[in-house]
Design a protein around this ligand. Structure first.
Ligand code: ADP
Length: 655
């Protein structure tokens, strides 16, 4: 915790145990003063008492609270053998005489009558005295009187302890701590095992964050020339690319206090809590400066502020954001607090947050390329027992479009698959199975498929393969399978080109290949089926994007209805007229139908080859590029060289 908390600890602290001790002390004192429970009076029974009475042993009977009789013996009687034990014992000196016996008699009237009868018949002289007394149970009354106070004090202590954040951890769960930041603090005392070594690839990003650590460690080096230390850096990139990992490595290497929390930690169901947590976070960080604050998933609070006054529901988030904005630009450059944040949606962040002076730097963390994938594989293969001749190059080529998290997952899956088969080491096939599994889902060997369905699936997949083989821009095929996996019955896998810009003809070719499955069903069986759902979904989305986002349609023109600020997500109104809506719908449908027709025509012309391919597929269940080459001959269109090489690798390995 903070320093001032530590110094508090040195003072003798008020402890609730003092109260318990006090209560026990009061109990003792009352007992001693009351004294009653230290005297033990011998119990007896009414009939015995009557016999003592007949013997003339009784000097006095004290009737207490009309319920109990206390019996005092005469001096002579006390000497008798039977009364030897009746001498009252006491630890304390008392002034008055103590009773020898006590008993409860039941009904007072009967008891008096019985006594009078005995006294008369025995002619006792002197007659035993009868006294009436009312005794109060002081102790019981006192306790009952005290009870409410004890309860009140107990509740008060409970609340005080909660308010002072007693109990250390779990600060957030307590109502009085709700405004406290929930950030986890890593400093010299906490061991963070992640270091920059564990982050593969991402050279540029690593350099940038390393520089930030350096800023904090040697600020003079930078400020001596008049420069200012940046206040924040935003890590932007798709999920699973290692943004959090990078921040963890900073925490491990920076050797300065590192506060880590997620954007959603600011969110609570109470109003004003977010802003107060931001304040608290920065206060703590400033106390410990130089320090780093890391906010993961900052889009939870950093989303652009709405412009219309109608939506009041986002006020709380906006307050939080405003507080963050003021805190980031509110402290002087010499406070040495740097804010790192990560998001995969930089486009929806508020512009004020991104301006220089707040997040001065944006560090892009992109999906890894072949070389980086290899490095990531190396990191994650380290703890595995792998076979000696495992080719990491091959693995990295087999995983285009995989993020760091996916690769970590592949390695883990491969190890699990190998273990399941009782292998001693993880080999190449396990990795390939793991890739298949991650891309396609679990293999369902025992899924019940009728021969007809299987045939339809085979032709469907062969259709994809054939069309993509024939089209210039379609992605080159890696493998086609009709083994059901996850929710799909079959799949054709491609190695997509890693393109930075996409041309309309490339998009159209891809759509045509995607429609190849349904087209094949139509051409061969003259029937279509529901099996093309995911193809249709993909194609429809792509066509809509062409028309409404990228402005690639001639009829709609160079327009886009994309809103990078992310505010239209809540809008119910379309940014175009009904007429344009009709035009857009028409364009989308035209594009798709045209590509479908193109696929049908292609397949009609190559019906025999399509059938051949489907037969091979039905027989082998999995086919690769070379099976296609046998049927179709060399592919006409040379794919770009890198990819061609990758495919060769696949081929070599499979033979
Ligand atoms: P995000 O970008 O979504 O924050 P993470 O940093 O949480 O992604 O990455 C998730 C996991 O993926 C990490 O724990 C790590 O195992 C793996 N990973 C991602 N990128 C890399 C990388 N460059 N090097 C090594 N492992 C990585």
């Amino acid at each position: 915790m903070t320093d001032n908390k530590k110094s508090n600890n040195k003072k003798p602290k008020f402890s609730p145990y003092w109260i318990y001790a006090g209560i026990i002390a009061i109990f003792l004192v009352v007992n001693i003063l009351g004294g009653s429970s230290f005297n033990e009076t011998n119990p007896t029974t009414p009939s015995q008492f009557m016999s003592y009475l007949r013997d003339g042993d009784i000097e006095k009977v004290e009737i207490v609270n009309r319920r109990e009789a206390k019996v005092y013996l005469t001096k002579e009687a006390e000497q008798k053998d039977i009364h030897k034990k009746s001498k009252p014992t006491t630890f304390l000196p008392t002034a008055s005489q103590l009773p020898n016996y006590k008993f409860e008699f039941g009904d007072l009237q009967n008891f008096e009558d019985d006594m009078a009868q005995i006294v008369n018949s025995e002619n006792l002289d002197p007659k035993p005295k009868i006294e009436y007394k009312t005794e109060q149970n002081l102790w019981g009354d006192f306790l009952i009187g005290l009870l409410p106070f004890i309860l009140l004090i107990g509740v008060w202590i409970f609340i005080m302890r909660r308010m002072s954040g007693g109990g250390g951890g779990g600060a957030g769960g307590q109502i009085f701590n709700i405004g406290k930041s929930k950030a986890k603090l890593f400093d010299q005392n906490t061991e963070v095992k992640t270091s920059f070594k564990d982050v593969a690839g991402l050279e540029g990003a690593k350099e940038e964050v390393q520089e930030i650590v350096d800023f904090l460690k040697n600020p003079e080096k930078y400020t001596s020339l008049g420069g200012k230390i940046p206040k924040g850096a935003l890590l932007v990139g798709p999920p699973g690319t290692g943004k959090t990992l990078l921040a963890k490595a900073v925490a491990g290497e920076a050797k300065v206090p590192f506060f880590s929390l997620s954007g959603s930690d600011f969110v609570e169901m109470f109003v004003g809590v977010g802003a107060s947590r931001v304040r608290d976070l920065f206060k703590q960080a400033k106390e410990k400066s130089p320090a780093i604050i890391f906010i993961d998933e900052i889009d939870a609070i950093g989303r652009a502020r709405g412009k219309n006054a109608m939506s009041g529901s986002n006020d709380e988030r906006e307050n939080t954001l405003n507080q963050l904005l003021t805190e980031m630009d509110g402290f002087g450059t010499n406070t040495n607090v740097i804010v790192l944040a990560a998001t995969n949606r930089a486009d929806i962040l508020d512009k004020a947050l991104m301006r220089a002076g707040r997040f001065d730097r944006q560090i892009f963390v992109d999906l890894p390329d072949v070389r980086e994938r290899k490095e990531i594989f190396e990191v994650h293969l380290r703890p595995l027992k792998k076979s000696k001749n495992l080719d990491i190059d091959f693995l990295s080529k087999q995983t285009p479009g995989f993020s760091g998290a996916d690769i970590a997952n592949v390695c883990n899956e491969a190890a699990l698959i190998a273990a399941r088969q009782g292998k001693k080491e993880v080999d190449k096939q396990d990795f390939l199975d793991a890739v298949d599994r991650i891309v396609g889902g679990l293999e369902k060997k025992n899924k019940i498929i009728t021969p007809d369905e299987k045939k339809a699936v085979a032709y469907h997949e062969a259709g994809h393969a054939t069309v993509s083989w024939m089209l210039e821009h379609a992605a080159p095929l890696v493998k086609v399978t009709i083994v059901p996996r996850g929710r799909s019955l079959g799949a054709a896998w491609y190695l997509p080109e890693e393109r930075l810009i996409v041309r309309p003809e490339q998009m159209l070719d891809e759509m045509c290949a995607a429609l190849g499955g349904r087209a094949a069903e139509k051409v061969i069986f003259n029937k279509i089926s529901t099996g093309a759902l995911s193809d249709l979904e993909k194609v429809t989305k792509q066509a809509r994007a062409m028309v409404t986002i990228y402005g690639l349609s001639n009829k709609v023109g160079n327009l886009t209805y994309y809103d990078s600020s992310g505010q239209s997500e809540y809008g119910f109104t379309k940014p175009y007229s009904e007429k344009t809506a009709e035009l857009i719908d028409k364009e989308i449908s035209d594009i798709i139908e045209e590509q479908y027709q193109r696929a049908v025509n292609l397949l009609e012309a190559n019906k025999d080859k399509l059938t051949q391919l489907a037969e091979v597929l039905l027989e082998k269940e999995v086919i690769f590029k070379d099976n296609l080459e046998k049927i179709f001959g060399e592919r006409l269109f040379k794919t770009n060289e890198v990819i061609a090489k990758q495919i060769d690798v696949v081929k070599d390995e499979e033979e």
